[in-house]
Design a protein around this ligand. Sequence first.
Ligand code: SF4
Ligand code: SF4
Length: 105
Amino acid sequence: MSEDNRSPVRRMTVADRLFLVSFRPAHESHLRAKDPGLCAECVGRPCTTVCPAAVYEWLEDTDGARLVISFENCLECGACRLACPERNIDWAYPPSGHGVTYRYG
Ligand code: SF4
Ligand code: SF4
């Protein structure tokens, strides 16, 4: 019986991949919920689960209930824009020279 000496392929996790990016945040967010009232009524708030960088978080505390958007961590994949059932995300690329940079190797 022959032995398979090939090295096992290690699958990269999202955490692994995040080590391959660097960020240069802009001063202002390139992501915005157009109507916060729609977010308050939104069923399941898919933006809070679809984003690979956990940019969106629904908070309820003494400052009230709201969608917090940590735009500095955005990977610019566009998934949130597609996932929002209300088309409520105002999405743009960060200004030139800002945002995410992907490093390979
Ligand atoms: S998916 Fe859209 S409407 Fe729902 S919470 Fe997120 S931004 Fe708001
Ligand atoms: S573009 Fe991608 S990484 Fe950026 S906030 Fe949307 S889902 Fe998250």
